[in-house]
Design a protein around this ligand. Structure first.
Ligand SMILES: Cc1ncc(COP(=O)(O)O)c(C=O)c1O
Length: 438
């Protein structure tokens, strides 16, 4: 067959063979120079979605990936996003490159969200901000900055943490270690262990903190504990690096969810922040976020921004336009901003409701066990305490997936955003069966 692009693949292969035969009579074995490249393991989170898609079970439930679903378990495009997109299309703007540091209106909106509009650090020009590729890309720029300007510093990650943190720092050859965070006995925060480990961290280390709605545990420090962590960072000269992936999504309130980074700044600490609009604005695939450095000195902020730009230039040159325009449009327009807050409360509220329903169902089915941790945890996830290999030797996560077609990560985390009222009973039965029998 002849196509518009020229001869068919088959005839091209024949032609190439003839050329090769004519020039080099010796036949070279068909083999790749990359034949020895090992297969990478599937991503522990996105791999769950792949397995879910392959499942033929009529009951299958995907509680693996942290993406919001409505009550019909369908992906959602927020109404404010649609309105913002209509406005942007109406302006018929060009597709020119953005500056390396990103869209100005977006950068302003993002820092306003983080610190509160009119914050002294903004007015004094002490904030360096680069728009980047959502939370992950922003963390990666931060990691590259640490590798270049904090040589030898160790990054302390909570144990457990979002699985990609290890890759993000490891791939930049930044050493990372864990600090204690989760107490399996109380299904709460191991605050004492956390403080001991951070006290023992060498001065000049970096501490990765989840701004709110800790992933995967859903366990956050209290306001008082945040204060103590800030004081410790100051005393031990540790650099707090906040991962803010859920602002507004945890409690439905943007200001409440920014409590921790704002407190640190109020106490005079310099902070680095990776912000994401994936969850709170539902812009997952648009890759919208920023890396922000709130510093104590304007000149240092200017120089750091120049270096962040230098790093971004080599990594991806400049960030994408579309999602940044949407976020800027929503945050900078009073009407859309107010509507967004309502939609955020709606998402956070739905998750809170199914949390309550799940706890009620588990209490009814297995009253001897304390399920109160489910409603104590906040954000998108619940850390169920189901693990692949319990002390008893059971394999509870395998049981959840293999027997009940409930797809979840192997650390026992479930995304409540993937649950609706109709499926609560089914999930509760699967959990009880796995706890009792696996
Ligand atoms: C804790 C945490 N940080 C960062 C991210 C990054 O998300 P994205 O790159 O989509 O903004 C996620 C996403 O699940 C997350 O849970």
């Amino acid at each position: 067959m002849q196509t518009a692009l020229g001869p068919s693949t088959a005839s091209r292969v024949v032609a190439n063979r003839q050329v090769r035969t004519a020039r080099a009579p010796q036949v070279v074995a068909a083999s790749s120079r990359f034949a020895d490249v090992a297969q990478a393991p599937p991503d522990p989170i996105l791999g769950v979605s792949e397995a879910f898609r392959a499942s033929t079970s009529p009951n299958k439930l995907n509680l693996g990936v942290g993406a919001y679903r409505d009550e019909d378990l369908k992906p959602v495009v927020l109404s404010v996003v649609k309105k913002a997109e209509t406005k942007i299309v109406g302006r018929a703007e060009n597709k020119e490159y953005l500056p390396i540091e990103g869209l100005d209106a977006f950068r302003k909106a993002t820092v306003d969200l983080l610190l509160g509009a009119g914050h002294p650090a903004i007015q004094e020009g002490r904030v360096a901000v680069v728009q980047s590729l959502s939370g992950t890309g922003s963390l990666r720029v931060g990691s590259a900055f640490i590798a270049r300007f904090m040589k030898g510093a160790t990054v302390y990650l909570s144990n457990p943490t979002w699985g990609n943190h290890r890759n993000i720092f490891g791939d930049e050859n930044v050493e990372w270690k864990y600090y204690r965070y989760f107490d399996a006995d109380t299904v709460g925060l191991d605050f004492k262990g956390m403080m001991e480990d951070l006290t023992a961290a060498p001065a000049g280390s970096v501490v990765l903190l989840h701004g709110c709605a800790h992933n995967p545990t859903g366990v956050d420090p209290t306001a008082e504990q945040w204060g103590a962590i800030a004081d410790l960072c100051k005393e031990r000269n540790l650099l707090p690096f906040f991962d803010v992936a859920y602002q507004g999504f945890a409690t439905g309130d943007l200001d409440k969810d920014a409590f921790a980074p704002r407190l640190f700044v109020e106490r005079g600490l310099e902070i680095v922040v990776a912000q994401s609009y994936s969850k709170n604005l539902g812009l997952y695939g648009e890759r919208v976020g920023a890396l922000v450095m709130v510093l104590n000195d304007k000149e240092a902020a200017t120089r750091c921004l120049s270096q962040l730009k230098r790093l971004a230039r080599a990594l991806y040159s400049n960030p994408p336009t579309w999602g940044a325009k949407i976020a800027a449009e929503v945050v900078n327009d009073k009407e859309l901003f107010d509507e967004w807050k309502g939609e955020m409360r709606g998402m956070a509220g739905r998750i809170e409701r199914v949390r309550g329903e799940l706890k009620t169902a588990l209490d009814a089915k297995y009253p001897d066990k304390d399920w109160s941790f489910i409603t104590r945890q906040i954000g998108m996830f619940s850390f169920t305490g189901l693990t692949p290999a319990q002390a008893s030797g059971g394999r509870r996560v395998d049981n959840m997936t293999n027997k009940h077609a409930v797809y979840m990560t192997r650390d026992g985390r479930i995304s409540l955003a993937g649950l609706n009222s109709a499926k609560v009973d089914y999930l509760a039965n699967a959990i009880v069966d796995s706890v009792r029998n696996a």
